[in-house]
Design a protein around this ligand. Structure first.
Ligand code: ZN
Length: 225
């Protein structure tokens, strides 16, 4: 896909996310990694609903601004996730209501923020890590993301929002949507004693669809079959 086409894609998905109320005001940002190692990133203080393809920040492989507006302050999040997920080509970060709400609940497991509720959550978002609260733009958040050792493509920032990587912009957007909807389901069902997918049902998905779930990573060097 040409760079001008990719710029249009960022604007199209950004508008779609904004219009569905998935990130308010000028919150949220999107980045794409280009073949030359540089990036396209949404500008600082830009609403995802009203992006201009010509003003998207173009960075070189060292992260220097080449053209367009000043990039989002949340670059450290994106950089850390790209660094730890070699296959990631796009990252979406939103301030979406249900995913943010989830981060504030006391029972959330930071290594599996959501239970296995639906197959599509596992297939698109995988499992989700939760990292502690950091002030927006604090470079320390990058260390927290690197600390996950690349095992998670979807990460929740406490009291802030999700950051999700994908091997294409479409994959990153769909995974972010799946994460938001699953957080919403969790909140709807909380304290109602719902039936989640069983470990056998999860193992079946891992096997049939070749899912790379952190909980199914081999920790002791033996194949669990
Ligand atoms: Zn943010």
């Amino acid at each position: 896909m040409s760079e001008s086409r990719l710029r249009e894609e960022i604007c199209r998905y950004g508008r779609s996310l904004f219009e569905r109320g998935l990130t308010p005001g000028s919150s949220g940002n999107i980045s794409l990694r280009l073949d030359d190692g540089g990036w396209l990133v949404t500008p600082t203080n830009a609403s995802l609903g009203f992006l201009d393809p010509a003003r998207i920040s173009r960075l070189d492989s060292a992260g220097r601004l080449v053209s367009g507006d000043k990039p989002t302050k949340e670059i450290p999040l994106h950089a850390a996730l790209y660094e730890s997920r070699g296959s990631a080509r796009a990252i979406v970060h939103l301030h979406s209501t249900h995913a943010v709400a989830l981060t504030m609940l006391p029972e959330i497991d930071p290594r599996a923020a959501l239970p296995p509720m639906t197959p599509y959550y596992l297939m698109r978002a995988g499992e989700t890590a939760l990292v502690p609260y950091y002030r927006p733009g604090d470079p320390a958040v990058a260390d927290a993301i690197r600390g996950l050792a690349g095992k998670y493509s979807s990460v929740l920032l406490a009291n802030h929002g999700p950051v999700v990587a994908g091997d294409s912009l479409e994959a990153a957007v769909f995974a972010t949507e799946e994460l938001e909807e699953t957080a919403r389901l969790y909140l709807l069902l909380r304290n109602l004693n719902p039936r989640y997918l069983t470990p056998d049902q999860v193992s079946d998905l891992v096997q049939v669809f070749g899912l790379d779930l952190p909980s199914h990573h081999d920790h002791d060097g033996h194949d669990h079959g």
